[in-house]
Ligand binder design. Structure first.
Ligand SMILES: NC(=O)c1ccc[n+]([C@@H]2O[C@H](COP(=O)([O-])OP(=O)(O)OC[C@H]3O[C@@H](n4cnc5c(N)ncnc54)[C@H](O)[C@@H]3O)[C@@H](O)[C@H]2O)c1
Length: 262
């Protein structure tokens, strides 16, 4: 006789501690809400400490568990002390979700080294630093772990101009994901990436760059007929940090409403 499967258990994060960078707003904030709703205690990390604190306070007011941490991903010492503080204050570290990122745009010939470095320092070097430090803690504790990096659909195929530096940094995130997954698998730590398509957030709208051609925007709607919502990305992240996905690692999951499939 067969038994029904405890599907809720496959999405249960009770007793887990999850660190989310970029938790002050946008996809990062929504991811904090999703992980807390699945039972995790969430460390909401961001350079924007007041907004990270607001995210944590909203989760606690709703009955979840969360605490804010200020971090500047560009500063190695800031990342090291943040991971240290999360492990010390919340008792463990099971999940790392790298959402923080900059989305400045500039056409190739106008891209300065300063812009190139700015994007790579946050998007790629920052993710490397958090993974390195989290991996040290996860390995030492011996409980395995889950790491998810937010890349971009543009990292595998250009979608419009002005994203040379940005998409290069995100292509680096894909390589970082696969190589970290390879090295950490023997310790039961999975590393995957989610590659969002065009997702409506205030941060994206504020990002500096040349005006986008209105003709091009008409072609930006993916086959599923709407732009992405932060919850579309948060659900993919949730899957990749839950027991349901324990045999998935080194993958780059495109979540774009079918955009690259046109
Ligand atoms: N919005 C989109 O269409 C889209 C598409 C593909 C990929 N992405 C990626 O998804 C992620 C989230 O995008 P979003 O639109 O929600 O962004 P957002 O601008 O709303 O949020 C990014 C967060 O990162 C934080 N941050 C920036 N620099 C930091 C630093 N040095 N240290 C710590 N925190 C820092 C910001 O304060 C902010 O809270 C980013 O990595 C972005 O590149 C976004």
């Amino acid at each position: 006789m067969t038994e029904l499967i405890n599907i809720a258990g496959l999405y249960d994060l009770k007793g887990k501690v999850a660190l989310v960078t970029g938790g002050a707003e946008g996809m990062g904030k929504e991811s904090c809400r999703y992980l807390a709703s699945a039972g995790a205690t969430v460390a909401v990390a961001d350079i924007n400490e007041p907004w990270a604190r607001a995210t944590a306070e909203e989760i606690v007011a709703a009955g979840g568990e969360a605490k804010a941490y200020e971090v500047d991903l560009v500063q190695e010492s800031s990342v090291v002390s943040m991971i240290d503080a999360v492990r010390r204050e919340l008792g463990r570290l099971d999940i790392l979700v790298n959402v923080a990122g900059l989305q400045d745009r500039e056409m190739l010939e106008a891209t300065t080294l300063e812009l190139w470095d700015k994007l790579h320092n946050v998007n790629l070097r920052g993710s490397f630093l958090t993974i390195r430090e989290a991996a040290r803690v996860m390995r030492a504790d011996g409980n395995g772990g889950r790491i998810v990096n937010i890349s971009s659909m543009g990292s595998v195929h250009p979608v419009f101009g002005g994203l040379v530096a940005y998409n290069s940094s995100k292509s680096g995130v894909n390589g970082l994901t696969r190589n970290a997954a390879y090295e950490l698998a023997k310790d039961g730590i999975t590393v995957n990436a989610v590659l969002p398509g065009n997702t409506t957030t205030a941060g994206q709208a504020r990002s500096p760059g040349p005006p986008v051609d209105p003709e091009m925007i008409k072609h930006m709607l993916p086959p599923l007929g709407r732009t992405g919502k932060p919850s579309d990305i948060a659900s993919a992240i949730l899957f990749l940090v839950c027991p349901a996905s324990e045999w998935i690692t080194g993958q780059t999951l495109i979540v774009d409403g079918g955009h690259l499939n046109k």
